[in-house]
Every structure is written in structure tokens, then in C-alpha cells.
Design a protein around this ligand. Structure first.
Ligand SMILES: O=C(O)CCC(=O)C(=O)O
Length: 244
């Protein structure tokens, strides 16, 4: 039986290009996500909020790989980036009660990719709502690059210069467990300190095209994965998925 297609309509593609984000969409229902969450909790230490051990676990944790390569994500990314897709990074963003803000920022400010092209999916493993600090975005903010300054009191070292954005235009991306949204490498986004008593766990999935060079930091295990189509460019070291 043919699997369902999740490709975007022309209207959705234009909305993504115009607004810099799109969604929410459903990857799976909350009860199926509860299974993924349990497996991820068994395999990954989520007690530390910022750690290399939360990065690129799609390379050695099969449930993380399955989430990162789910057709609900990749079909939609393919509609925008074309048929050849490279998964070059992922990160588990966990926020416990009392955790600090992720400051307003544009991801491309920090990233070692050239040319600067990426679509991220932020996948909710826990429900992510305003109360437990869901991600917020400023629609259309991907159209300008914003300088970044040193950040104090947040979980990042740098943040977007507040003179260059209006946070009153922010939209909270509230997601049920199993939902996700897509966003550009340049959209301004943020999450507030978590003042609720609920954890918020999400997986950020970073996908680009094979003509983008990823400048990895001398890490032989930090390979990219070709997750759709062909890689005629061979700019990056391509790894293999974890066994199921
Ligand atoms: O999960 C968060 O709070 C921030 C996510 C983020 O900055 C990202 O996915 O690029």
C-alpha cells in the first residue's frame, strides 16, 4: 500500500517563504509520541539541559532517527528544498520547571553551513504550550539578518540585538505532543523561562541540501545523513543510520 504524501500545497510553500515558518502539523498522535518519548528517555540522559549529549542523537538512537526522518517532516521539507535532503544536525531542547529563557535569535548566527540554507522542524515530545514555554516566532523576521550581542542570563552566549525586532509581534507555537512546526534558518525565535511545573521536551531537526557544506568541528562521528534523493556534490562525510 502506498504511504500517504505530506507534500505542501503551493499556497503553503508561499506562506513559508513569506512568513519564515509553517504549522503546526501532525507527525503522530500523542499516544504514539508517548512511546517515542519513553524510548528516548531510556536511551538519552535528559537531566542536563545544555549538553553535547543532546546533539545528533539521530546518529545512534533509533527512535530519534525515526522522528527526524518521518515522512511528515521530510515530504514537507522536500516541497521547499527539493528532492535531495541532508540531515546535518538535531538537538533535544529540554526545559524543566525553573529553566532559563532561550533568547531571541536567528539560528544562522551560530551555524557552520555555507551557503546558509536550512529548514528546521521543532517536534514536540511533551505538549508545548505558553504555560511551559513553547517556542515563539516573529513572522516575516527571516527577511532581515539581525546583529547578535552577548547574552546574559539566558542559555545562549549570544542573542539578537533588541533594537532590531519587535517582540510584541511574536506568535506562540503551541503544540500537542506529536505535533511540529517548520521554520527557516533566519526566523527570530525564542522561548521564555519555564515558570510552570511541567517539563517541555522538543526535538529540533535541521535539514539542508547536498550543495551546502557543513563545516564540522573535527568530530569524526559528526556525519551528515542523506535522508532523501542523491548526493552528487559529495561535500560532506555521509554517515549511516543507527540500526533499528
Ligand atoms: O526549544 C527551544 O526553546 C528553542 C529552540 C530553538 O532555538 C531552535 O530549535 O532553534
Amino acid at each position: 500500500m502506498e504511504r500517504p504524501s505530506f507534500h505542501l500545497s503551493n499556497e503553503e510553500i508561499h506562506r513559508f517563504l513569506d512568513q519564515g515558518y509553517l504549522g503546526p502539523f501532525t507527525l503522530c498522535e500523542p499516544d504514539e509520541m508517548a512511546h517515542y518519548r519513553k524510548k528516548v528517555e531510556e536511551m538519552i540522559d535528559l537531566t542536563v539541559e545544555r549538553s553535547n549529549t543532546l546533539q545528533n542523537r539521530h546518529l545512534d538512537c533509533r527512535p530519534a532517527y525515526e522522528l527526524c526522518t518521518h515522512p511528515a517532516l521530510l515530504d514537507r521539507m522536500e516541497s521547499i528544498l527539493g528532492k535531495n535532503l541532508v540531515l546535518w544536525r538535531s538537538y533535544f531542547f529540554v526545559k524543566y520547571p525553573g529553566s532559563k529563557a532561550v533568547p531571541w535569535h536567528q539560528d544562522i548566527n551560530y551555524w557552520p553551513i555555507e551557503p546558509p540554507l536550512n529548514i528546521s522542524a521543532w517536534v514536540a515530545l511533551d505538549e508545548a504550550i505558553i504555560e511551559n514555554s513553547c517556542v515563539q516566532v516573529i513572522p516575516g523576521s527571516h527577511r532581515n539578518m539581525v546583529p547578535h550581542l552577548k547574552s546574559e542570563g539566558t542559555v545562549f552566549r549570544e542573542e539578537a540585538d533588541p533594537a532590531f525586532y519587535d517582540s510584541s509581534k511574536a506568535i506562540p507555537m503551541e503544540l500537542k505532543a506529536g505535533q511540529f512546526f517548520l521554520f527557516s534558518e533566519r526566523i527570530l525565535h525564542y522561548s521564555a523561562p519555564n515558570s510552570s511545573n511541567k517539563r517541555r521536551l522538543g526535538l529540533a531537526v535541521r535539514v539542508t541540501a547536498p550543495f551546502v557544506k557543513v563545516y564540522q568541528k573535527n568530530d569524526p562521528h559528526n556525519n551528515v545523513l542523506l535522508v532523501r534523493g542523491e548526493d552528487e556534490m559529495k561535500l560532506n562525510t555521509v554517515g549511516t543510520p543507527p540500526l533499528g
